[in-house]
Design a protein around this ligand. Structure first.
Ligand code: 5CA
Ligand code: ZN
Length: 477
């Protein structure tokens, strides 16, 4: 806001481009003096508002929103053995109130199982109480030791949407896992973010889960980003937290649970996949400003142009389009640059020649130029917005296709990894995974990979030659 901003590095230099974009398009300010904590600029926060409104809309179809405390007493946090092992190195502890040491140290939630499940133990009584489908959107804290990055690897995750469900049977919980995956696919479709779903290997599942399903996308540098996970918790937590219910025959049974989460990594993917050398490019559904009007008020017709711009603005506003007129005392070129950097999907130019012709000039952020008759303004603008959405979707999908590369040998996988993700067959044995990871310098992301951008591969493990499943190998953020 206060310092001069210049041109972005080219997107090919992805890491430099990403960092500069966050700053120049006013998404995050990274100068907050605590490592791994960043500040949302109002523009970034407005994008977040739209993304999370869509997420809430989807969740609210079947779940209810709730809010649990941030602090978790040590004795609850320490109940589930695998969960502790997975998180103990990442927990921040509150140990003092003022100068007094607390009787019970309090954990800042790294995720909320151990805050929510003691309450579920009180709430769940009978099979008639099930299923329970709740979620919250909160901040969580993780003392991450890997390289921290804004929106991607945070120590304070500010936008953690976590859902926690309770069911009567293992199969019902499994069905909920599939529903959650479908919900995440719908969420990402509207963000024009193509994804691939897979099952994480045993050693990479959520601490305390039976199994973990992950939703990944591929970033412009070919590295994968996990942008959602869905965990089948079996009865591990219900046994430690005594979440039981009376079945129809009057027998007390342990419940089965799932949990699933999404963070502001969704916004990291949104800006990374669609942005270009000029800055941010936002799908219209997520853009705080969908249409910017730039009046060309050079010369004598200033009043006519202002009146026409005002009419265009109010017409679009009444149609529910998020529109803004840029009346600042700047050259049009400076305004174009400003709104392009911020990713506004459509710009309308209203000049003397446009008024005379009864039209506005339309320029999309994806580079198309046309005119719309004022008499057909709302229809015209809506179809241009829809066109921008389609182009972003197509371009992101074709990049995804080109980065998911089927490989039938270690040599092919090496080449694939230079561009993206190697899709191989793997037998499921840890030994073969270790050999692959060692030789490829990449990780086994998941098996049973599902994606519209990928055909299931039939073949044998590229290491041992035994029958294997479709497996993703990649370099992950
Ligand atoms: N309790 C479960 C489900 S909510 C849980 O915590 N799962 S998780 O650990 O896999 O986190 C859910 C999602 O949050 C991940 O898939 C990832 O997309 C995101 N996430 C995890 N850690 C971070 C982090 N340090 N910064 C940003 N996003 C993160
Ligand atoms: Zn093998």
């Amino acid at each position: 806001m206060e310092e001069e901003r210049g041109a972005l590095p080219p997107k090919l230099d992805f890491s430099a481009w990403y960092n500069d974009l966050l700053w120049q398009s006013e998404i995050m300010d990274v100068r907050y003096p605590v490592k791994g904590l960043y500040v949302w600029y109002p523009h970034g926060f407005a994008i977040r508002k739209h993304v999370y409104a869509w997420l809430r809309e989807l969740m609210d179809r079947e779940h209810q929103e709730t809010l649990f405390p941030l602090l978790i007493p040590e004795h609850e946090f320490m109940k589930e053995a695998e969960h502790i092992k997975g998180f103990e190195d990442e927990v921040y502890w509150v140990t003092h109130g003022g100068k007094d040491p607390l009787d019970v140290p309090l954990a800042l939630r790294p995720t909320s199982e151990t805050a929510i499940y003691p309450m579920y133990a009180l709430w769940v009584r009978s099979h008639a109480d099930l299923p329970i489908l709740l979620y919250q959107v909160v901040n969580t804290f993780r003392y991450e030791t890997k390289h921290t990055r804004p929106l991607i690897r945070l120590r304070e995750i500010t936008s953690f949407k976590e859902a926690h469900t309770v069911h009567a049977t293992w199969e019902q919980a499994e069905a909920q896992v599939e529903k959650a995956i479908a919900l995440y696919l719908e969420f990402y479709a509207k963000l024009c973010i193509p994804v691939v779903v897979s099952k994480r290997p045993e050693w990479d599942k959520f601490p305390g889960a039976d199994y973990t399903m992950a939703v990944d996308t591929i970033m412009p540098d070919g590295k994968t980003l996990q942008i959602g996970t869905v965990h089948h918790l079996g009865d591990h937590f219900s046994k430690t937290f005594s979440i039981t219910f009376e079945d129809p025959e009057g027998v007390q049974r342990y419940a089965y649970q799932t949990c699933y989460g999404i963070s502001e990594r969704s916004i990291a993917a949104l800006i990374s996949l669609h942005g270009d050398d000029k800055g941010l490019v936002l799908p219209p559904g997520m853009a705080p400003v969908q249409v910017v009007i730039v009046p060309i008020t050079i010369g004598k017709r200033k009043d006519d142009v202002s009146a026409a711009a005002l009419l265009v603005e109010s017409t679009l506003k009444s149609a529910g389009i998020r529109v803004k007129t840029d009346n600042r005392d700047l050259r049009p070129g400076a305004k174009y640059y400003y709104w392009e950097m911020r990713g506004v999907p459509v710009r309308l130019e209203v000049g003397p020649r446009d008024i005379d012709a009864g039209q506005v000039t339309v320029v999309t952020r994806t580079g198309e130029r046309s005119v719309i008759q004022i008499s057909d303004l709302v229809n015209g603008v809506c179809s241009v917005l829809a066109g921008v959405h389609e182009r972003l979707r197509e371009s992101a999908e074709s990049q995804m296709r080109s980065r998911l590369i089927v490989s039938v040998s270690v040599e092919e996988a090496v080449n694939a990894l230079a561009q993206g993700v190697a899709v191989v067959n793997w037998c499921g044995e840890r030994m073969c995974a270790d050999v692959m990871e060692e030789r490829l310098g990449a990780s086994v992301l998941g098996t049973g990979a599902r994606s519209p951008y990928l055909n299931e591969t039939k073949g044998n493990c590229i290491i041992c030659g035994k029958p294997g499943k479709t497996t993703l190998i990649g370099r992950a953020y």
